[in-house]
Write a protein of this length. Sequence first.
Length: 135
Amino acid sequence: KHVDASVRIDPTGFKAKAWRAVMLAEAGRPEARQELEESYAISQSLDIVNRALAKLLTAQGETERAERILRDGIRLAPRSQAAWFSLIEWLGDQGRIDEAKQIYAQLEPHLNAEEKADVEQHFKPNKSDPTASSQ
């Protein structure tokens, strides 16, 4: 409701529209993809949109595009820890642990303990996969 009100008050306000798109995606609303795509078209470096769009695309089987969106976000905002976290988490969630760890190794010296713990949870093997071994 609050985001919708923000959009009505300032219909050109990009951040309010972006947050609305993200919240629609989190709620599983069918119009989420269109709104996320519109927000992404305006700014490819806003991590909240990139992360939500990548998650939605992955769920719809478009993993190559999802990864490209996350990597483009880093290319456009290389100092954004959120962009790096999004890619590391996404890679970990895809089971690409070694690749995620390589990227994390570059970022780790710049993180505090809480940030490290948050990212490292995505390096754990899938418990439902009998072939998964401890990392």
